[in-house]
Design a protein around this ligand. Structure first.
Ligand SMILES: Nc1ncnc2c1ncn2[C@@H]1O[C@H](COP(=O)(O)OP(=O)(O)OP(=O)(O)O)[C@@H](O)[C@H]1O
Length: 289
């Protein structure tokens, strides 16, 4: 459905915000993962035709959207990171405004979307009085007005409380059925349960594109749990990568990434996706060193 070929975006002479990304995506929820500054927003803005690649091609169902942005615009829903609401409009008026801009005349669709994001009971309230999570949900409803085939959502869970986060995650998981949803985050657990694929970016480059299961499978046997005496912890930390450390009753409870048994008494542990990604990164670093 969407194909990126060697897509690069330069800012100035020295910075490649996105560096030669080649990626082919079908339907499902793609978690675009990377630290702040990895290039996620820039990549998404190019897919949404709001930034032009410096080089490379982006094809949507075979059409070159850099040359012909209209080939994707009508089929796209986009929720940018800095999505804002208009202070004087209620949620309903906000939706009506965007529906008019997008040429959507179906009033019942607005009601259905407000129900989908669970804002129908607050439809008359000024959107400016909404919590962060409610605003994001309104943002999703707005992005869905044209029934898009591809939905691009930039850091949707930033600043949300745990309950809002969960609700938002479930909503995006449901939307992923039948569409391509690209969802960026630096919090792996936000996409762990809903992503059908993960695309991992680092310093503008795509460093992995795999299913969560494949990443987890590779990390098995590389992640360990261990309980060590506090006095031994310092020396161990010099030798192995500690993913997590917790002090308990004079001992240290550890999660460790290491290619082999890291210390006596350590036990192979079932990695979380975040641990698996960290283990993968350390293994790549060790290979490169
Ligand atoms: N308009 C711009 N002009 C110059 N540099 C930019 C511009 N937009 C982004 N950058 C730089 O490009 C790099 C990638 O930024 P980008 O926002 O795409 O990363 P990100 O992974 O989305 O990070 P975040 O999660 O913080 O948004 C960063 O070094 C950023 O400072």
């Amino acid at each position: 459905m969407l194909e990126l070929r060697a897509v690069t975006k330069r800012y100035g002479k020295d910075l490649k915000a996105v560096d030669g990304v080649t990626l082919s995506l079908g339907r499902g929820v793609v978690g675009l993962i990377g630290h702040n500054g990895a290039g996620k927003s820039t990549l998404m803005a190019m897919i949404a035709t709001l930034a032009r690649p410096s080089s490379g091609q982006i094809l949507f169902e075979g059409a070159d959207i850099v040359r012909r942005p209209e080939a994707i615009r009508g089929r796209l829903g986009y929720l940018p990171q800095d999505f804002g609401v208009y202070p004087n409009l209620s949620a309903l008026e906000f939706m009506q405004y965007f529906a008019a801009l997008k040429g959507v005349r179906d009033g019942a669709r607005i009601r259905r979307l407000l129900e989908l994001v669970n804002l129908h009971e607050q439809a008359q309230r000024p959107a400016a009085s909404f919590s962060g999570g409610m605003r994001r949900r309104l943002g999703i409803a707005q992005a869905l007005l044209n029934d898009p085939d591809i939905l691009v959502v930039d850091e949707p869970t930033a600043g949300l409380d745990p309950e809002e986060r969960l609700r938002f995650r479930n909503l995006l998981g449901e939307l992923g059925l039948g569409k391509l949803v690209i969802l960026s985050t630096h919090i792996v657990s936000d996409v762990e349960s809903i992503a059908t694929e993960l695309a991992v970016m680092r310093s503008g480059r795509l460093v992995a594109h795999e299913t969560p299961d494949a990443i987890l499978a590779r990390a098995r046997g590389q992640v360990w749990s261990a309980s060590v005496a506090e006095a031994d912890y310092g020396a161990l930390r010099e030798r192995v990568r500690v993913l997590q450390a917790q002090r308990q009753d004079g001992r240290m409870l550890l999660r460790i990434a290491h290619p082999e048994l890291p210390c006596l008494g350590a036990r192979a542990a079932e990695p979380s996706l975040e641990e698996a990604l960290m283990a993968q990164r350390y293994a790549l670093q060790a290979e490169a060193a």
